[in-house]
Ligand binder design. Structure first.
Ligand code: HPA
Length: 315
């Protein structure tokens, strides 16, 4: 065995995370001014439009990042787009205080467990965000609407979730080195407020500025890849879920383990199984995503600078 192989053989998951973070961090530091994003944004199925608004972006396909999983699903492009939403700050300061701009790290596309990835692989990108110093993350997704009042194309803030995937990304030995924030990285930790109330309030303000309001809902995560049966949807409604999807929950769990604040936003791309008149399809999910992605992008463009300003003000 060559020495290179021996080194790889001994690498741990934590090493993979830090190597991927070092690779991206070096890219950010090579920019003028260097980029220090504290806000991460994950754009789900067909919701990638926001990435086009990043000024002078650094674009890195997932395939170029060491140890990063590659997206295999149509509608998930699979690249990091990092830069500023709003004007690039001038002068010597690399950390903009202006609420009109936000340094951001956008993940355009994500991987899912149904693609064959392990829970650790699915959540590796969120671990990398933690290692890069990200303090708040906006997780967006396409979801089926369970609540009878929801309509296709609606954006809904997550207030809570139900994990029906049958696994947690945190099973196995705890890795305390992922405690990048004080009081985080614990074996057991509180999930009373998985989706940050202050971030939801900022999102409501931004929606109002855009002329609409946001409902809040409870997202149930399933493994997929088949859509649910009508009986499953009735069961989920009885349990208190108002949205159903195949992502986000593992990312939220891992982000909270690292002490990262989470904002979840679902786009209702279809009525959940048994509630509409036609069969569900991935095409419908992508089509609705394309209809809504500009509105989501407008919301996030207003919201990101507000969040960035609060993060800059934190110690
Ligand atoms: N079920 C699960 N995942 C989804 C759905 C759905 O109806 N729509 C978009 N993602």
């Amino acid at each position: 065995m060559s020495s290179a192989n021996r080194r790889i053989f001994r690498m741990t998951y934590y090493d993979h995370v830090t190597e991927a973070a070092a690779f991206l961090g070096a890219g950010f530091q090579s920019l003028a001014p260097p980029l220090n994003p504290k806000l991460g944004i994950v754009l789900g199925s067909g919701l990638g439009a926001l990435a086009d608004s990043v000024v002078d972006p650094l674009i890195v396909p997932y395939s170029e990042i060491p140890h990063f999983p590659r997206a295999t699903v149509e509608g998930h492009s699979g690249r990091i787009v990092a830069g500023y939403l709003g004007p690039i700050p001038t002068g010597s300061s690399a950390t903009p205080q202006s609420p009109t701009t936000a340094p951001v790290l956008i993940m355009q596309g994500r991987v899912h467990s149904y693609e064959g990835y392990s829970p650790l692989q699915v959540t590796l990108p969120i671990r990398v965000l933690g290692a890069l110093g990200i303090r708040a993350v906006i997780l967006t997704n396409a979801a089926g609407g369970i609540h009878p009042d929801y309509h296709v194309g609606q954006l809904v803030l997550l207030s809570d979730h139900i994990n029906m995937m049958g696994w947690s990304p945190l099973t196995g030995p705890n890795e305390p080195r992922f405690g990048f924030r004080p009081g985080s990285g614990l074996r057991f930790f509180d999930m009373t407020e998985p989706y940050s109330k202050p971030l939801r309030e900022l999102a409501q303000q931004s929606a109002q500025d855009e002329g609409f309001s946001l409902e809040e809902g409870v997202y149930v995560a399933t493994l997929g890849p088949s859509f649910e049966t009508p009986a499953e949807i009735r069961a989920f409604r009885t349990l208190g879920a108002t949205l159903v999807g195949m992502s986000t929950v593992p990312e939220t769990i891992v982000a909270r383990h690292m002490g990262i604040d989470v904002l979840g936003i679902s786009c209702v791309t279809n009525l959940a199984a048994g509630l509409g008149s036609k069969p569900l399809s991935h095409e419908e999910v992508n089509e609705t995503g394309r209809m809504v992605e500009q509105r989501l992008a407008a919301l996030l463009k207003r919201l990101a600078p507000k969040i960035a300003a609060t993060l800059e003000a934190q110690p």
